[in-house]
Design a protein around this ligand. Structure first.
Ligand code: SAH
Length: 252
C-alpha cells in the first residue's frame, strides 16, 4: 500500500515546543486529522484538508486516518503533547490490531512530542529528577479501583507521581479521591503542584502541600505533580519556590 500515516505530537501548546520533525511531517501531509482545538493550533497550507473530530471518538478517528492512508493519502493524525502518552498512537495500533489486515502494510510513523509532565516539570524546577510515574485519573477506559491501586503502589514505592486527566466536568470527584488515597500514605508536607495550561497564554502554576491541596483548583488542562518523600522546595524571595527531586536517595 502506498499511503502513509504519521501520528504527530504537537507539544503542550507553545509553537516553540513543537519539534522540527513534527512541523516537517505536518507540512508534508495531504490530510490532517485531530481533535478540533489541536487543529486550531495549526497553520495549514491551502492544499491541506483538515478533519476535526470530537475528543472522545479516538478509535473512530484512528480508523478514519487508516482508511484515508489506505486510499493513498499522506495523513497526519495529531495529539497534544506526546502522541504516545495517553494519546492517539495507542488508538491507532489498537485499530490496526483489530482491523483490516492490509493496514499492517501501511507506512506508519510515530513522531514524538513534549509531553505535559516534561513541560510542567521544566517550569517548576526539576521534580522528575528521580524515579517517577505517570497515571491518568480518567476512569473512562479503566476501573477506578485500578486507579486507586496504582496510586497506592506508586506512593508506597515513593515515586514522584504525575497525574494526567485529573478533572473534567464529567469527572469532578476523582482528584479528591486520589488525594485521599495518597494522604493515607505520604506525609502531609509532600509538595503538590498544579500546572495548568503550560506554555499557553493562560498558564497558571500553584504549589501546595498534600495537606492543603484543593482538588477544585484542577481542570482538564491541568497536570498535577505530587512529590516523593525526597522532593523539596527551595524558597525564593519574590517568586514561586523551585520544586526539585534530588538525584540521590540513600535509603528506602
Ligand atoms: N498526549 C498528551 C496527554 C493527553 S491526556 C501529552 O503527552 O501531554 C490530557 C491531559 O494532559 C490533560 O488533562 C492534562 O492533564 C495534560 N495536559 C495536556 N496539555 C497540558 C498543558 N499544556 N498543561 C498542563 N497539562 C496538560
Amino acid at each position: 500500500m502506498s499511503g502513509r500515516l504519521v501520528i504527530v505530537g504537537l507539544g503542550p501548546g507553545a509553537p516553540g515546543l513543537m519539534t522540527h520533525d513534527a512541523e516537517a511531517a505536518l507540512a508534508e501531509a495531504s490530510d490532517i486529522l485531530g481533535y478540533g482545538p489541536y487543529l486550531a493550533r495549526l497553520s495549514p497550507l491551502p492544499s491541506q484538508r483538515l478533519h476535526a473530530s470530537d475528543n472522545r471518538q479516538e478509535l473512530d478517528r484512528a480508523r478514519a486516518a487508516l482508511d484515508l492512508a489506505a486510499s493513498g493519502k499522506n495523513v497526519a493524525l495529531v495529539s497534544g503533547g506526546d502522541s504516545g502518552v495517553f494519546a492517539m498512537a495507542s488508538a491507532v495500533f489498537e485499530a490496526i490490531e483489530t482491523g483490516e489486515a492490509a493496514w499492517c502494510t501501511l507506512d506508519v510513523e510515530v513522531i514524538p512530542g513534549i509531553t505535559a509532565m516534561f513541560a510542567a516539570s521544566a517550569r517548576l524546577g526539576a521534580p522528575l529528577g528521580h524515579d517517577f510515574c505517570a497515571i491518568s485519573l480518567s476512569d473512562n477506559l479503566k476501573p477506578w479501583s485500578l486507579v486507586e491501586s496504582r496510586l497506592r503502589h506508586a506512593a508506597l514505592g515513593d515515586f514522584v507521581i504525575a497525574l494526567y486527566n485529573p478533572a473534567s466536568r464529567a469527572r469532578p470527584w476523582q482528584l479528591g479521591a486520589a488525594f485521599d488515597v495518597l494522604r493515607g500514605i505520604l506525609p502531609p508536607t509532600a509538595p503538590v503542584a498544579f500546572a495548568q495550561a503550560i506554555s499557553r497564554p493562560e498558564e497558571r502554576i500553584e504549589i501546595f502541600s498534600l495537606a492543603t491541596a484543593d482538588p477544585g483548583r484542577a481542570d482538564m488542562r491541568t497536570l498535577v505533580i505530587i512529590g516523593s518523600r525526597a522532593s523539596r522546595l527551595i524558597a525564593r524571595p519574590a517568586a514561586r519556590p523551585w520544586l526539585y527531586t534530588p538525584r540521590r536517595v540513600n535509603s528506602a
